[in-house]
Design a protein around this ligand. Sequence first.
Ligand SMILES: *[C@@H]1O[C@H](CO)[C@@H](O)[C@H](O)[C@H]1NC(C)=O
Ligand SMILES: *[C@@H]1O[C@H](CO)[C@@H](O)[C@H](O)[C@H]1NC(C)=O
Length: 341
Amino acid sequence: MHFLTSITTLSAFAAATLPITLAAPASSSLQPRADPFVGYLVSTFSDVTPAVQFHLSKGNDASSFSFLNKGQPVLKSTVGTKGVRDVFLAHDSARTKYYMIATDLDINAAGFNWDAATRTGSRGIVVWSSKDLVNWSAASLRTVESANAGMTWAPSAVWDDATSQFYVFWSSRLYADSDTKHTGSASLDRIRYTTTKDFVTFAPAKDYLALSDTPLIDQEFQYLGKANNFARFLKNETVNQVYVETTTGGLFGQWSRTPGYVRPESPREGPASFADNVTPGLYHLLLDDYTQYVSYQSTDPAKSGAWTASNYPNFPKGLKHGSVTPLTQKEYNAVAAKYPA
Ligand SMILES: *[C@@H]1O[C@H](CO)[C@@H](O)[C@H](O)[C@H]1NC(C)=O
Ligand SMILES: *[C@@H]1O[C@H](CO)[C@@H](O)[C@H](O)[C@H]1NC(C)=O
């Protein structure tokens, strides 16, 4: 029984009520930049060590990385479950405010089970902040979900220049307001969102994308180099496959589904996408095959079947759901000096 009987996608809802068109984030490799990007930083975790880990590319080579901090975590959660998964590094376009955000979930905890994790899981995200990528605040647990939500999974964020705030997305399932202990049946997993300027205070959570027939998790966006042009990657939890949609109308515009799935032959989750720093129009996509990240690439993200496996034999093993951030020389030098491999 789904207590939400009439589910509309927010793209339709928002068109009427929230005329938001997002300005181009600064992470576009197509825009002329005063500070060119010189490498990539992967923020990730592992099943055995649910803490934030950094891998830094060798220059702008998306196939070759060093495990920073001698393979030790750079940030450990001291709040909530004290474990983190689904790590995402967000920053403003001026690159003066960085936020590491993550799911608050320790699957190795005594008595852990997935059913409880989706009924009475954490409704907060773990947040660390920094002005320079190397001097980080202590961890905070910030509640972003309402009391009828079962969990808050896989947060990601997009900075909006026009409103000087972040849009923060995650997935959850919702229980009837009368079911305060969340023992009954829930809605399907859907994508939720809020806005924040500082990852301290947040607007009330709302639905972003809720389908009547498909549980959805693990959404991530990719800016496509032109104002309001984005791809988004979503996991269909019925088939455990990742699919792609694209828009020319901003995050709250109309989206078109690319038929099929990125890798229809086997289960994938946890997409992390990034533009190539060297080749305009080339995009990379990391997908977790339930053991580790596998690397794909495409010059036409909207085209069906366009993602091919990258021939990256040296790509690091064991990486899980994370994010990839292009770095300026100053940022690259800072993380390499603070967290030597
Ligand atoms: C690190 O950040 C804290 C505030 O979060 C600040 O007090 C301190 O001076 C900073 N240290 C360095 C070396 O920048
Ligand atoms: C998810 O997979 C199920 C099973 O194949 C299918 O019926 C449903 O339409 C899919 N939904 C999306 C959004 O891909």
